[in-house]
Design a protein around this ligand. Structure first.
Ligand code: PMP
Length: 419
């Protein structure tokens, strides 16, 4: 029975576990957009490991590269020594991602996961400016270690942690006032005013789409104004592209469409492409002021993740096919989301690319639709401080038919709830 199958989790695993509460089955195998329980029941996965599986589960090209690497007895763990796998990743990242975009960033491997990239970014900003404060935005999510938590907006996640390590000032995100413009005049003024009580910060950290915070997407003009504000005051602009990056919005970096060039960029989730832990902190070369060993860690570059990451970049980022698929599939997704939104008053479609969803006026609706979808074997999640938004993020490689299949289930689930 399900109870026996999940006993060790409910009794032994910490009560902090979360996703499994909505999806109380035991998964075993996975392939593309599908996950199968230990009994072979098939679920369509439109959550994609919270954005860690942009190329689908067990992507065959990446799997082949990984298996060849393992079968060849190449180095798996290597601290931060030079390896062939790391060299190939860095060369590929330079040739496929940075050079064609005219970007010049030094690459740091800050540790295995997204929050490591954010902690490192904050430390670089403080180190290189000599200033302390960081500005983050309302509803932001940057990770659960104490520095990234300090710039995360969600008070439920912050409350138990005590005083944040960083002095972090929250600022209203784009559209925070529901249609009223949230401009930067006040920040411009207080940073210039020694009587304001707010010191000029070291950096501003921003997500272009708030993946965890309710799926609002910043407008390109807002991001450009933010960059201009930062440049006027010598404040570093950090874009946290952990969730919205690696192609989620169509372009490799989510900020490309706005034409901005952040000083520091955080990447993780799908940078290995295969769901293996990996993170990058990119910085303008002059910000790389570290002393050797000043910032270290045991898992600063996992070679199997370099191998799958290199294969992902070579397979998906040397032509426009994936980018075009994201744009076409996101139009298909938005059309279905619009149909669901029209079933009830005050629902708004949010997000950009394949990081999109619907926010409902009755905050309970999103969770009910996600539960009804699970009953129909579709995995979707909610987002936002009150879980008020239904969140859809299929693999970027999803085909037209696969997306249509899942969206049909989603529309049925929405009808179950909204009548
Ligand atoms: N930044 C953003 C924008 C994220 O969405 C997340 C994870 N949801 C993180 C940082 C933290 O990443 P991780 O959970 O891998 O530490």
């Amino acid at each position: 029975t399900t109870d026996e199958a999940t006993r060790v989790f409910t009794e032994r695993e910490s009560d902090v576990r979360s996703y499994c509460r909505n999806w109380p089955v035991v998964f075993d195998r996975a392939d593309g957009i599908y996950q199968y329980t230990e009994h072979g029941k098939r679920y369509i996965d439109f959550f994609s490991g919270a954005g860690a599986l942009n190329y689908g589960h067990n992507n065959p090209v990446l799997k082949r590269a990984l298996l060849e690497y393992l079968e060849g007895d190449h180095v798996v763990h290597s601290l931060d020594t030079y390896t062939v796998a790391k060299r190939e990743f860095l060369e590929t990242f330079e040739d496929v991602i940075l050079k064609p975009r005219n970007l010049d960033y030094k690459v740091q491997f800050p540790g295995p996961t997204g929050t490591n990239a954010v902690e490192t970014a904050l430390k670089i900003a403080r180190n290189s400016t000599g200033r302390e404060d960081i500005v983050g935005f309302t509803n932001a999510f940057h990770g659960m270690t104490l520095g990234s938590l300090a710039v995360t907006g969600n008070s439920m996640k912050r409350n138990g942690a005590g005083t944040p390590l960083y002095h972090a000032t929250p600022a209203p995100y784009d559209d925070y006032f529901d249609g009223e413009t949230a401009d930067f005049m006040w920040l411009d003024r207080v940073w210039s005013d020694s009587g304001s009580g707010l010191a000029t910060p070291a950096a501003v950290i921003v997500e272009t789409v708030q993946g965890e915070g309710g799926l609002k997407a910043a407008r390109a003009v807002w991001l450009r104004e933010l960059q201009a504000l930062c440049r006027r005051h010598g404040v570093l602009l950090i874009v946290d592209d952990v969730q919205a990056g690696c192609g989620r919005t169509g372009t490799f970096f989510s900020f490309e469409e706005a034409g901005i060039e952040p000083d520091i960029v955080c990447l993780s989730k799908s940078i290995s492409g295969y769901g293996l832990p990996m993170a990058l902190t990119l910085m303008r070369p002059e910000l790389d002021q570290w002393e050797p060993g000043e910032h270290n860690g045991t898992f600063r570059g996992h070679n199997p993740a370099f191998v799958t990451g290199t294969a992902a970049l070579r397979t998906y980022w040397t032509d426009d096919a994936l980018h075009d698929n994201v744009l076409e599939r996101s139009a298909q997704l938005r059309e279905a989301l619009g149909r669901i939104a029209s079933l009830t008053d005050g629902a708004t479609v949010r997000g950009r690319g394949l990081l999109a969803g619907i926010a409902f006026r009755d905050v309970a609706v999103a969770g009910k639709i996600a539960a009804a979808a699970f009953d129909r074997c579709l995995l979707v999640e909610t987002s936002g401080p009150e879980s008020e938004a239904l969140k859809i993020m299929p693999a970027l490689t999803v085909t037209k038919d696969e997306l249509a299949e899942g969206l049909e289930v989603l529309v049925e689930a929405a009808r179950d709830v909204l009548g």
